[in-house]
Design a protein around this ligand. Structure first.
Ligand code: GLN
Length: 480
């Protein structure tokens, strides 16, 4: 039998409710199994910035809800997530806990309220194992930008787990939690999911509330699940989604029109990865595509190549404005100099890491009055054009596929030049620019230096068509 911490959400939920007493597990046993492994592996992997003590009341309450179901005449009411231990990325607020966004700036900052997604998970009876490592303020693709050290990839500890939700993906891959939440601004759920061999979903922009999530790029950010299976991703997604009066960008419930179109044709923007994809990557991709049983056609999305530049310009611009609040006066790290200006300069220079400072400076530049037309406004126009091209493509194909990342996980320290790191995001950023939902699903392994490293296939669907991603995801997953 599988170890308890190795179970999926579906398996654990079933085991918690097993009719035969010998097969039934308790919420406590499931918690202990995850917590023990998390504690045992964390010194080596640096997945969690903090592993929480058991919340006795929450464990007891979850058990009670499950037990009551067993005796109730009206059947099951406890949600699937009741009693399930989850790992939470450290930019999502849990009331009373530190939430640092892996920055020295917020190293001791305690959340004063629950993010809406956390409130929903608590209502469902989910438990929280700990807060996971990430790139500072969700800026990066490797988790190397954390102020608290890099997370190691469970498949090869000399390699990165991907980023920025590297801790969350590694937690799931190493079975330190049953599933996790990450956030995705330009690929931060899907990139680490690909590098760690798990499933990662970036929902349609506006389907999941951003209230209580530390903002990086408000017009791109979405919270989403990182899980062992596609079905688990669906369960988490269904729990956290929905309109929220605390986030005016959420789509009103009545307007979310589930697109349940049948998937017959998959479009592949092949010119996007010609020349940058290794032969073994291409082979895995082609064979995963074949397994969908769909008609595969090449498509052109002309603006997809320049999109990476547009993404980074908008990213820098919004990061510079969002992070202006960390000024040494209101939140977090504060240093005092001779003048008020010194206070700002010292606090921000000491509190922010190198990549964060780089983006604040470049963002201020692209928004400055002399350059806003040349950079920021052009990037915004490119984003509109890209969305138009995607919508046009969806008139001919049902879903669009690429590999999630051009490569498997790279070595820690290998991409110290920021530009080479930015180039890794060429496929994932498209879904954030267009606001469309996208999923990464394991498509097998490629070998590097004698090690088998997982890689993912990436599907993008039209707005609000998460359901199509789950359908095609289930097909690919079953054939692996
Ligand atoms: N790698 C991208 C960036 O650095 C994406 C980050 C993210 O999704 N949070 O901006």
């Amino acid at each position: 039998m599988k170890k308890l911490n190795e179970m999926t959400i579906t398996e654990a939920a079933r085991a918690l409710r097993a009719e035969s007493a010998s097969r039934r597990i308790s919420v406590r046993e499931l918690w202990d199994a995850c917590s023990e492994i998390a504690k045992a592996k964390n010194p080596e992997l640096n997945v969690f910035l903090e592993i929480f003590d058991a919340d006795e009341a929450a464990i007891e309450n979850a058990q009670k809800r499950i037990d009551e179901d067993a005796t109730s005449a009206s059947g099951r009411s406890a949600p699937m997530l009741c009693g399930i231990p989850l790992a939470i990325k450290d930019n999502i607020l849990i009331e009373g806990k530190i939430v640092s966004a892996a920055s020295k700036m917020l190293a001791n900052y305690h959340a004063t309220y629950d993010a809406t997604v956390i409130k929903k998970l608590k209502d469902a009876g989910a438990l929280f194992i700990g807060r996971t490592n990430m790139d500072e303020f969700a800026l990066g693709s490797s988790t190397e930008n954390s102020a608290f050290g890099v997370t190691k990839n469970p498949y090869d500890i000399t390699r990165v787990p991907g980023g920025t939700s590297g801790g969350s993906a590694a937690a799931v891959a190493a079975h330190m939690a049953i599933a996790a939440l990450g956030t995705d601004t330009g690929g931060s759920i899907r990139c680490p999911a690909s590098y760690c061999g798990v499933v990662g979903l970036k929902p349609t922009y506006g389907v999941v509330s951003r209230s209580g999530v530390i903002a990086a790029v408000s017009s791109f950010d979405q919270v989403g699940p990182i899980t062992k299976t596609v079905e688990d991703a669906r369960i988490l997604f269904d729990t956290i989604r929905g309109q929220d009066t605390l986030d005016s960008t959420t789509i009103p419930d009545g307007l979310y029109s589930e697109n349940k179109k049948e998937i017959k044709t998959v479009g592949v923007p092949r010119n996007l990865f010609a020349g940058i994809l290794g032969e073994d990557m291409l082979e895995r991709f082609t064979s995963a595509l074949e397994k969908t049983g769909c008609n595969v056609v090449d498509i052109e999305i002309p603006s997809a190549k320049p999109a990476l530049a547009a993404y980074y310009i908008i990213n820098f611009a919004e990061v510079s404005t969002n992070l202006a609040r960390f000024d040494g006066m209101r939140y977090g790290h504060a240093s005092r100099g001779e003048t008020l200006l010194d206070d700002y300069l010292l606090s921000r220079t000491e509190g922010f890491g190198e990549e964060t400072r780089r983006r604040v400076l470049l963002g201020t530049f692209v928004l400055s009055s002399g350059y806003i037309d040349a950079y920021y406004r052009k990037a915004v126009a490119a984003r509109v054009q890209l969305t138009r091209e995607f919508n046009d493509a969806f008139k001919k194909v049902d879903i669009i596929a690429t590999p999630t990342m051009p490569t498997p996980a790279f070595k820690i320290g290998e991409k110290s030049d920021p530009l080479s790191l930015y180039l890794e995001d060429a496929f994932t950023i498209l879904a954030n620019l267009t606001g469309m939902p996208a999923i990464s699903i394991p498509m097998g392994f490629v070998e590097r230096e004698g090690k088998q490293l997982p890689v993912g296939i990436h599907f993008t669907a039209p707005h609000q068509a998460e359901k199509m991603l789950f359908t095609i995801g289930n097909t690919v997953e079953k054939t692996l």
